[in-house]
Write a protein that binds this ligand. Sequence first.
Ligand code: PMP
Length: 444
Amino acid sequence: ATSADSLVAFGQQHVTRGLGRLTEAVMAKGEGSYVTFEDGRRMLDFSCGIGVTNLGHCHPKVSKAAADQCVNIVHAQCSISFHGPYLRLIEKLLPIMPDPSLDSFFFWNSGSEAIEASLKMARQITGRQNIIAMQGGYHGRTFGAMAVTKSKTVYSEGFFPLMPGVFAIPFPYWHQLGLPINTSEEELVRFSLYQLDLVLKQQTAPRDTAAIIVEPVLGEGGYVPAPASFLKGLRTVCDKHGILLIVDEVQSGFGRTGKYFNVEYSSVRPDILIIAKGLANGFPLSGVVSRKELTDKLVPGSMGGTYAGNAVSCAAAVAVANAFREEKVLDNVSARSSELLTSLKSLHDDPEVGSMVVDIRGQGLMIAVEFASPLYSSTDPALVSSAPKSLASRVAKRCMEKGLLILTTSIYEVIRFIPPLNISQGDLQKGCQIFAESVKEVIR
Ligand code: PMP
């Protein structure tokens, strides 16, 4: 056996089975849009470690900022004192917040921890207990985050009872509502907001409801952008009843959908905004952003964590913010996004495989391709009966064999495109070509 094989065998023996894995291989190096494995395979990375390495792997300026910070101070604990990178990061983030009212910050390590903090904040600020979440939503794996996660049972299987006081309404996605694929956006929004109205009248009264939590683009639930009218509708209901709107931009934030934050498309103001992933391009860092007027109601010392807002991660995030501006990353997202959509649409028009591609959707470089599925009757019945099983995971597997790392998402047949935001035109085209070939080989 090669040394790569023995490393894999060692991992299989000693790494818990509780982690799922896409591939039995050992990642060795990341460089820009590519990763290499110990067995020598090199792959174009359209996963970005689940939407994290938005500026590519080991961006030189980000890695240098982190290395420089390691010489000054690594751990400056946030309940002991402020530290420089923490404050400099806030200075960088203030001008790019989707609403000027968002002026109060608190950093954590992971998305889940930030979600957890936002749920606690909503309870402490409003004095109310209940939370309304979205069917299809994903917010993380800790107990509070898991309770508001409604995308797959695997995240809660065997872990009940969850945090009580969570109610769910369907996200305006045709699958979630059991409606045909061609249902108009207007109708989807009307159905979802009607369910919200019912929940507030039948299950949790406004005076008991602390917050509504929503991803502006459903991530792990299928890469579905929320129509602007839906987010506006949630805002109106929140304003009417004094309910807080928690917007989870962990996956959709930091340029992923073509603007710094996805809520800029709808101009909807979050009361609490959750950020993570692309924020520090791979260093563990998340943030809870709100209004000082609200966070002044929190009890001092009721929030915190040993490693929260780590100095090295904050220094890396400052470098990310600088690189975004200097390297005009948002311009690249816009150019590559239209090329990606054009390439996927030509697959949709392909006489051989087009009928199996039922939907192409998304914004910026957060794009989904949904295939026909034999499992869900809300797709066109004619397609349902002829659709092969597990199309998305078979396509993803074929892509990997051909050198493209790409992920599926949701309980439906969905492939998600999350390439680096600074990917070159050539690499994007290369990935699109591998994808198209893989789809044809799997479907034929
Ligand atoms: N919210 C969203 C929208 C996410 O996509 C994720 C991670 N996929 C999380 C929260 C949880 O973040 P983490 O895995 O860092 O805890």
